[in-house]
Structures are given as structure tokens and as C-alpha cells.
Ligand binder design. Sequence first.
Ligand code: ADP
Length: 398
Amino acid sequence: MNVLVINCGSSSLKFQLINSETEDVLAKGLCERIGIEGSQLVYQPADGEKEKTQAPMPTHTQAIQLVIDALVNDKTGVIKSLSEIGAVGHRLVHGGEEFANPTVITEEVIAAVERCNDLAPLHNPANLIGVRACQELMPGVPMVGVFDTAFHQTMPEKAFLYGIPYEYYEKYKVRRYGFHGTSHMYVSRRVAELEGRPYEELKTIVCHLGNGSSVCAVKNGKSVDTSMGLTPLEGLIMGTRSGDVDPGAMEFVAKKENLDLNGVMNVLNKKSGVLGLSGISSDFRDLEDAAEKNDPAGLRALEAFNYRVAKYIGAYAAAMNGVDVICFTAGVGENGIDTREAICSYLGYLGVEIDKEANNVRGKEQVISSPGSKVKVYCLPTNEELAIARATVELVTK
Ligand code: ADP
């Protein structure tokens, strides 16, 4: 079956068409600047050139229509007609406590996702616009929603509660939810496969390090803790997001700089992280270049980032009373050779030993620890689209 995987944001839409039998990506691409002047479709068939087409996309429905047109196009299309799309898998961001698993999308499901909208006001409504547009253009094609938060619903209460009045949890469901769940699940499952060990018996720490970053403790096949919270702002130092910070520090800054709540949140989301610390860039390639030239601004940002990741790994090793495997994934985790080495240099007490030669790898599944290392360490590319396609097929063929 061919599955169209859709990741729909407020002004952009990423897609992949995946053959679920071979797990090959037949075509992929994105629509940019939907609803804004200058929109374009980037389309890449598996064995063809990347094409960029400027075309008006006043709404997401028009954007998806252009995607479908590209997929069935005589010259560069990869299918003959819409009937060759068996199902659509949607990435949905926040499922709150409503969803612990991927789910077939029905009107009741859409209503439940809408109930979670105020937990992710930027993402959920945009995700649902994508769902509605697909329903309009592909009536009768089954659709599945795969939530970023779902995998973490197995966290115990002691891990998801904040130390604030319990009534805020009772009244408003204020708690840790965690994100990147599809990635953490894919990577932790995949490493069990590679290790030839039962998923249900492994203690894994997954470090998803990209523009947004999070760490997850997966014990016996279940997420037991993760670094992001109610929103994706908590935890690690990220590209532009602060991660953990004393709320009192922000009250102090707000008074000094005359910022209101929006101003404070803007600083924490967009002006902080390694960008804020370095003043150079949120992109790790730029920071690595700067660090190579011994630029103190680049060095301090990278050191603070690495140290924070190492602290979380330590915390999660404690939470699970041990760790068998540590995985690095996403843009920085898969490509940041020096970053992986620097993080692992803190983990000698766990018996972690990196093999420098093996670690000299980008974007490939590879063991990067030495044979004597007490904990196995992997570079392991994530594949959220494939995980969504698999979940979609599983549900629609049930
Ligand atoms: P997102 O969270 O947007 O999905 P990604 O997982 O794609 O992010 O990660 C993007 C980040 O990966 C970039 O900001 C960049 O810092 C980092 N990255 C990509 N390639 C490299 C590389 N070759 N070396 C170091 N970092 C890289």
C-alpha cells in the first residue's frame, strides 16, 4: 500500500509518499509559504531531480491539490492516479492525555484533538487544517493521526508532575507531556532490533538532537521520562529555545528589560539556546566552525549544550537504574561527530567508551562505542515518516 505522510504546519506542509511493502520513499517534498505571497512546491521523485514550482497556494487545500497533481503528473509523477494512495498518515503534535497511541481519524478524534488545541495553539490547529484538506480532496481514503506526545503517555506520575499546586494538573492538565515521541519510539525499537535483543528488556536513552532537542528514557519498551514538558521549551539547550531555566531569572530579566509575558516567551523560544549563548547562529555547523577557530562564543554555547545533554543522560541512567544503550539521532545527533564525543566524555563513570574511528560517521546506523564499552553507543538516523507510515498501515489493515 502507498501511504501519503503529511506533516502540516501553519504555512508549510511536508510530505512523503511511502510504499509500505518495500518501505521505499517514492517521492517527497514540501509546500512553503502557504497563504502567503510567493508560495512554492518543492517536489522530488525518488529517482529524479528536485523540482521547484512557484504556484499560488492561498489555502492548504490548494497546496495538497498541487502535491497530488505532482504525484500523478505524466512526466515526473510516481503513481497513475489518486486511487493508488491507500491511506494518509498525519503527524499530529499534541494529543494531551487523550491519545496514547496512533489512531484512525474520525470526527470524534478530530473533536478530541481540538480539545488539546490550547496545549499547542500554534501546531494542533494547523495539523487539523491538513487533515480537513486531505478529507476534502481524498474522500473515503482512511487517515491516521500519529501524535508527537503519544509515546510518552506511559510516563509514571512522579515523572510527569511538576512541583506546582496539584490543582493545576486537575483543572488544566498542566504536566509534562514530552515531544519527538515518534522519533524516540522509532529509534529505541530500531536499536533493539540491531542489538538482537527484546525491546521489552532493554534500557535505552535516546538523544534526539536537532533544532529542537529532547532526551528520552525508554525502559522495557516504554517511555519513562523525557526532557520536554507541557511545551517543547523545557529540557535541553536547543537551537533558539532555552530549555530549563529558573522562572525567577526570567522575572528578573522582565523587570530589567521591561518585557511582558509575550516578550519573555519570545526571548525563551526564539532568542535563547545556542543562538542566544553564542550570538553567532542556531546552526551547529556554524558553531563548530567558530569553535574550530577557538572563538569563545562558539565554544561556550557548544560546551553548555553538551554538558546539559550529559546531565540528562546521567539523570535518566539513575531513573532507570542503569542503561544498556545510548542513541544519538536527528540533525546534530546524526552528524555532530565532535558533539557526540564531547557528550560521551562525561560518561566514563557509566563505563562509556567512544571509538573515535567508529564515531567518525554521519547519518548512518553505526555503533560508535568501543568493544569494551559497558554501554553501547549508536549513531542512529531517525525516520519519523516511516514510523508514521508503519503505524498508518497497521491501523488501516486491522
Ligand atoms: P529539526 O528539529 O528542525 O527537525 P534537524 O533534526 O533537521 O532539525 O536538525 C537540524 C540541525 O542539525 C541544524 O540546525 C544543524 O545544526 C544540525 N546539522 C545538520 N547537519 C550537520 C552537520 N553536518 N554537522 C553538524 N550539525 C549538523
